[in-house]
Ligand binder design. Sequence first.
Ligand SMILES: CSC[C@H]1O[C@@H](n2cnc3c(O)ncnc32)[C@H](O)[C@@H]1O
Ligand SMILES: [Zn+2]
Length: 432
Amino acid sequence: MRTLIQNVQILTMKKGEKSFHGELLIENDRISAIGTNLPKTEAKANKIIDGKGMLAMPGLINAHQHTPMSLLKGFSDDCKLMEWLEHKMLPAEARMTPEDIYWGAKLAMAEMIKSGTTAFADMYVHMNEIAAAVQETGMRASLTRGLVFMQNDGGKRLTEALDLIDRWHGQADGRITTMFGPHAPYTCPPEPLAEIIKLASQKNLPIHIHLAETVEEVAKIKTKYNCSPTAYLHNLGLFTEAHTLLAHGVHLTHGDIQLLRGMKGGVAHNPVSNMKLGCGIAPVAALIDTSVTVGLGTDGSGSASTVDMFEGIKAAAWMQKMEAGDPSVFPAHQVLEMATAESAKLLRLDHETGTLEAGKKADLILVDMNKPHLQPVHHVESLLAYAVNGSDVDTTIVNGKLLMQGRKLLTIDEEELLHQAAIRARRIVDGI
Ligand SMILES: CSC[C@H]1O[C@@H](n2cnc3c(O)ncnc32)[C@H](O)[C@@H]1O
Ligand SMILES: [Zn+2]
């Protein structure tokens, strides 16, 4: 199958490359050619997409998500993280059936496809159902069985994590990869955490974990282990043993950031969730100055209310400009890079996605720029970072396959999805 997208403005997100008018040829799952006036592309194509008025860019990569929490959006807002988690989310999650997880995950995937996300990192439970939803929807995902060791059934959960890895790593035409997912320093004692780090190192698989999200977490770990959450993970060898995706990293001291220097992986910054839960402002500039990779995530819509990465892009830029008291920090190109190429590094997918290049996977979106709020186009990247909304995405392509065109979902029955989500969400929260 060869698809040609012609007559389109292209932003590759390759370092130092400006946007240009041209064409892009997709052969099966990969980009085979990209540029201006490519020779004989029309003759080679089975399908032609006219990109007039559109902007082609790499699909956005959501580096931290809990997809089934889409069923809990708006259920508990305006309260502190621990209260939100312990009194609202956990009781609701205890009522979710595997089928609820499947439909909740699919609901988040529909929202992601419709707002320009092509790949995401997920941490949750009942991962077979989430993997099945990924297989059907056509998205790319790095899946993690979240591991909480507060009760005695941690062993069973670890077995489930290993089962996810055995069954799904590399499946769905390679669109699914897996990680280990110890939930957070405050839910994972040293012994099981050390075991997980050893397993991740042996299997050469990454670890996805929440870190230093609240001041309460920092105080808890200090009381329990007499160190910071970051030092706790460092002392267990995490940052040298495994590629690590750290979600949040809000409360990091200068000393903590030094412990992250040279780590494989990096930090998923979740500005919307952090602001909405009143957690604080992550030291993104200091992390980047220390050569720590910082990608962008939304967190689940149970906290963030939305998994629209274009909202995250705006929030990240504005939050850092405000914090620095300097509008020149985090310019448009840099925040777009966080949501694409840098997030790809966190998912260990940068050899395949994150930029538009011949040879890479065809994971890309077309943004419809022919709208009042997106005209005139002085600087494409400024509009993408500060003016585009998720609903401006017209077309979403993953692994060379169209998942949405003209805003119509092509792999999901939207009507059935909305019906299932509504009845299930009502049942789950009823009486909590
Ligand atoms: C064991 S699966 C994942 C687990 O994480 C919970 N969760 C969702 N968002 C957050 C967050 O911001 N901080 C900590 N934990 C979070 C989710 O409810 C699941 O129980
Ligand atoms: Zn989270």
